[in-house]
Design a binder for this molecule. Structure first.
Ligand SMILES: [Zn+2]
Length: 372
């Protein structure tokens, strides 16, 4: 996620803080300082930071459980609204998703229990006054963790409860149907919440809109994954690609972009080896500063992500949702084709009509054009 800084890492997952969270903390600290002085400001910052440590532990509940099932999470980002772990993929089996989804809230329940046992007494009324600084930090933290666990178990995407519901449904009706039902339940919750927001706190309306959109995009993403899960890169890639030699000039690159609708031109050596990718933005920048007869090689960049033709495309679906294409190269780094959002959209369109359509590995239209 852009605008975030890495503050550390644990078991292969980078922990990142988004700039909005830092601004949020600065704002809270400053507002409390103006109202109640520096002592209160420090205390409220300690309290909020501790909550964010608990949120991080919650995310690591998910991350470490997923890791147990062989799913890596390169990073977790802390935002003012909570934490977001980026997992390489979703668990395949419903019971795995169930365990990964519940592990987060379970961490918060454990933290709350440990804090309460340490105090050996729990004053329920006091714990509810979470903003009251006269209540002890342990009590308020315990209450905050119980709240985090309950809030996350609301059965609506992107909350953990939405995934729990989907996993339970998927155990007897298959993932696609389960996701659609779970997404609909989530959207009903969003409506109820939004309705409550009109009569209560306006903030609820924003949360409702957020949940509604998350439910739709979750349903869409799962449909894409289900529709494409058996496909290898070789079957899904675009192969009518305009490529260009590394020694070509900017002028030739302009012609290459005009001749195709690609966003990036692959730089391919005579023997077929990929040397880099030239995006339209790279070309525009180059044309601003240099003459059209200069070579393009210095302006090309490494591809943002690559895949082997025999790998399933599920491995790069996350990367594909960004704007840049995924480059298909073999073990000798020879360029074979591109995976793009457009090729994915075409596959989904065909499979919507003919769910069992077989995409061939040897596309008869396969050819590279305009090698220069
Ligand atoms: Zn969670």
């Amino acid at each position: 996620m852009g605008w975030s800084f890495t503050i550390g890492s644990f078991k292969g997952t980078a922990i990142r803080i988004h700039i909005t969270l830092i601004l949020f903390l600065v704002w809270i600290g400053f507002a409390t300082y103006l109202k109640n002085g520096s002592q209160a400001a420090i205390e409220s910052l300690i309290f909020i930071s501790t909550i964010f440590i608990c949120i991080t532990l919650h995310e690591f509940g998910h991350i470490l459980t997923a890791k147990y099932f062989g799913i890596a999470s390169p990073e977790v980002t802390l935002l003012p609204i909570g934490g977001a772990a980026s997992m390489d993929r979703m668990p395949d089996k419903p019971y795995q998703e169930l365990l990964v989804a519940t592990a987060g809230p379970v961490v918060n329940v454990i933290i709350a229990l440990v804090l309460l046992l340490a105090r050996q007494a729990f004053d329920f009324d006091a714990a509810l006054r979470i903003e009251d600084p006269t209540v002890s930090l342990t009590q308020r933290l315990a209450a905050a963790n119980l709240f985090l666990a309950l809030f996350n178990l609301i059965p609506a995407f992107p909350m953990d409860g939405g995934r729990v519901l989907r996993a339970l449904l998927a155990m007897w009706m298959g993932p696609k149907k389960a996701t659609n039902i779970a997404a609909t339940v989530g959207q009903c919750f969003a409506f109820l919440l939004g309705f409550a927001g009109f009569f209560g706190h306006p903030m609820l309306v924003f949360i409702a809109i957020f949940i509604y959109m998350a439910a739709s995009s979750e349903a869409q993403m799962t449909n894409v994954m289900e529709t494409t899960k058996d496909l290898l890169a070789a079957q899904a890639m675009e192969t009518c690609i305009v490529t260009i030699r590394p020694e070509a000039t900017l002028r030739e690159a302009v012609e290459g972009f005009l001749a195709s609708s690609q966003d990036e031109l692959p730089l391919v050596e005579a023997q077929g080896k990929l040397r880099g990718m030239l995006s339209r933005t790279d070309l525009v920048d180059a044309l601003r500063d240099t003459q059209p007869d200069m070579p393009i090689a210095p302006f090309a960049k490494d591809p943002s992500s690559t895949i082997h033709p025999e790998e399933p495309i599920s491995a790069v679906l996350q990367a594909l949702s960004a704007t840049r294409p995924v480059v298909v190269i073999d073990e000798n780094e020879r360029f074979l084709g591109l995976l793009t959002r457009q090729s994915l959209a075409e596959i989904i369109m065909i499979r919507d009509i003919k769910p069992n359509w077989r995409f061939s590995r040897q596309n008869p239209f396969s050819r590279m054009v305009a090698k220069r």
